[in-house]
Each structure stands twice: as structure tokens, then as C-alpha cells.
Design a protein around this ligand. Structure first.
Ligand code: SF4
Length: 337
């Protein structure tokens, strides 16, 4: 479905400037922006994917991954096609890059925001996640759904590359409760060549989310030969610790996918090294993703006792009492109540 976009302004000669993400595209009539799902039609900008849901599932919140946000709850997860990045190792490339197909890609099933909220409530979900592709590029749909969801007592979650503009974040933040941000690298070169984007806006989004009191967890997919040097991992961990030592850092194992099939899966030794680097940087909660049984439990940051045990995205034992360690009483950061 087509809907007039939010966050743009008109320029001379029927051009428009989109303010939704840090590409800040200027688009001439008849063309779309870098994401391929926002088009200038006679001087007005339109979202081409409003309500065209290409994927919807009920997922455990741990799959986002969010480990400190209502652990053990379900999240109704939706996506449209399209993305504002071009990562060659994308694990959802069939839908994230579909808008680049000649025919504009598959359109998905039309679901009104009210239908998403009703489905989430019916399935017993605690939140709605805008995920699988980049939620920023279906902002209007996410915004309308999130407002309605909030009214009905549901939380809203963005699983994002963090490339939204400050204006977009400011606009959605009253309805946005949590984000998992992909911090893919700490090298501008990596963001330029692999993602066709830039690093600093992602860092600024993480800082801004914390200022706006949105719960933030960060994921880094460690790709052999790309972002796995000790120096770079230390820079990522150091940055997160400088924003807030309580930001959970999910170090995720790479598996060959999409255009990037030359490399093998990330060695377990590399993941252990990253874990140690995160600890040395002062991060209090570090998790390893895509590997069963390797650092998936939450430990009390003060006494070290296991307070949440996880197995394969589900909670085996949650011992937290009102968000605090039952053994020493220390508060564990997150949204638990
Ligand atoms: S969302 Fe980003 S990529 Fe898409 S048109 Fe707007 S500025 Fe360009």
C-alpha cells in the first residue's frame, strides 16, 4: 500500500529531501531513495510498503536478541521489504534487498496497524518488534502501529542498524521502548564498502537512545577477516562502555550467507577472545549468539551468581526478584517489571 511519507520536505523542481535516515536522499520525481521503498511522485514522497507485511512471526524476545527486556516474553514480529544498507553477509537478504528486484519485489500481505496489534494481543505477546529488515525504512507503518500498540499496553521494539536520523528517533521515541542496534564494525571503511553507509550516525543513535531512556542492547556479528581484530573489538567494547557499562553486548557468530560465502563460520576462539575484550573494557553483560550453550546466561554484575539461565532462546530459570539479584540484592539493569 502507498502512503505519503513522514519526515521529508519539498525542494525546487519537484525534488524532495527525505530526513528519515542518515542517507538524507534528495530524490527527483519518478525515482526512489537508496532504500528503494520511498518514491517521489510529482513532488511528494511516498512510502511504497505501508502495511505490506512480508514476514510476521511470534518470537521469543530473546531472539531479537534482547536479554534484559521482559525475559521469557513473546514479541509479535513484523517486517516489510527493503533496507538502507547493502551488507553482503545479510542473513535476511531475500527480503531486505527485495526492493532492488526489477519488479520492485514481492508486496507481502496487507495488515493494518490495528490488525497487527490485535494479533499480538491474541497471541499473548508483551511487545511488537519491527525487525527482520530495517524498521526505519517502513517508519510510517511502524509509527502508526507503535502508537496504537502503546495505547493497548504493548511495548515496541526496533531491531535496527541504527542509521535512522535524530529526527526519526525523536519522533518515534515516545512509543519506542527498546532497541537492539547492530554495531557492525568500528571502521568507517567497513561501513562505506560493505554497508554503503557510515559509522558515526550509528554511534550517535546509540548515544541518543540512551539519552531518550530507550532500553538498548547491541549486537556485533563477528566476521572473520572483516571486524575480528582485537583492536577493533576493543574499540567497539570501549565505545559501549563509554556510553553505559550496562549495555548488553551480543557477540554473534557469523555463518556464510548471501554474497559473502568466502569466509568460514567464526571460530569459537575468536568469540572467546571478544568476550574477554568486552570484560576488560568494563562491560557488565556480554553474550555469545548463534552458539548453543556459550555465554547465554545473565550473571549478577556484583556477586557473579547466575540470575537468568537460558537455553536456545528460552528461559530455563529466571531467579531475578523485581529486577534484582536474589543473592546479594544488586539491581540488574533492564526492564523486568
Ligand atoms: S529512508 Fe533513507 S535511504 Fe530511504 S529515501 Fe529516506 S533517506 Fe533515502
Amino acid at each position: 500500500m502507498i502512503k505519503e511519507a513522514m519526515l521529508y520536505n519539498s525542494l525546487d523542481e519537484l525534488k524532495v529531501a527525505c530526513h528519515l535516515c542518515s542517507h538524507f536522499c534528495e530524490i527527483v520525481p519518478g525515482k526512489s531513495g537508496f532504500c528503494g521503498v520511498r518514491e517521489n511522485r510529482d513532488g511528494k514522497l511516498f512510502s511504497l510498503v505501508y502495511g505490506d507485511v512480508i514476514a510476521s512471526h511470534v518470537d521469543p524476545i530473546e531472539k531479537k536478541p534482547l536479554y534484559h527486556f521482559f525475559p521469557g516474553s513473546l514479541s509479535y514480529s513484523v517486517a516489510t521489504i527493503g533496507c538502507n544498507f547493502r551488507c553482503s553477509f545479510c542473513q535476511n537478504w531475500q527480503i531486505s534487498q527485495a526492493s532492488r528486484e526489477k519488479n520492485g519485489g514481492p508486496s507481502g500481505k496487507n495488515l493494518k496497524p490495528s490488525e497487527v496489534v490485535t494479533a499480538a494481543l491474541k497471541k499473548g505477546c508483551r511487545s511488537i518488534s519491527y525487525t527482520y529488515t530495517e524498521p526505519t525504512i517502513f517508519f510510517e507503518y511502524a509509527y502508526d502501529t507503535a502508537r496504537l500498540a502503546k495505547k493497548k499496553g504493548l511495548a515496541n521494539v526496533f531491531v535496527t542498524n541504527g542509521y535512522m536520523s535524530a529526527q526519526a528517533l525523536e519522533t518515534i521515541h515516545p512509543y519506542l521502548d527498546a532497541c537492539n542496534v547492530d554495531l557492525k564494525s568500528f571502521r568507517e571503511d567497513f561501513y562505506k564498502k560493505i554497508c554503503r553507509a557510515s559509522l558515526e550516525p550509528v554511534l550517535e543513535s546509540i548515544r541518543m537512545m540512551k539519552r531518550l531512556d530507550i532500553w538498548v542492547e547491541v549486537t556485533t556479528l563477528v566476521v572473520p577477516g572483516q571486524n575480528d581484530s582485537s583492536e577493533e573489538l576493543a574499540e567497539i567494547a570501549g565505545f559501549l562502555a563509554s556510553v553505559d557499562r550496562n549495555i548488553p553486548w551480543h557477540i554473534s557468530r557469523f555463518h556464510p550467507d548471501y554474497l559473502y560465502t568466502d569466509s568460514k563460520a567464526t571460530p569459537l576462539d575468536t568469540l572467546s577472545r571478544a568476550l574477554e575484550i568486552g570484560r576488560n573494557a568494563g562491560l557488565r553483560f556480554i553474550y555469545i549468539g548463534n552458539v548453543l550453550g556459550m555465554s547465554e546466561d545473565t550473571l549478577c554484575p556484583v556477586c557473579g551468581a547466575e540470575v537468568i539461565r537460558r537455553t536456545n532462546f528460552s528461559i530455563a530459570n529466571n531467579k531475578l526478584k523485581e529486577g534484582a539479584c536474589p543473592f546479594c540484592g544488586a539491581a540488574v539493569s533492564g526492564r523486568f517489571k
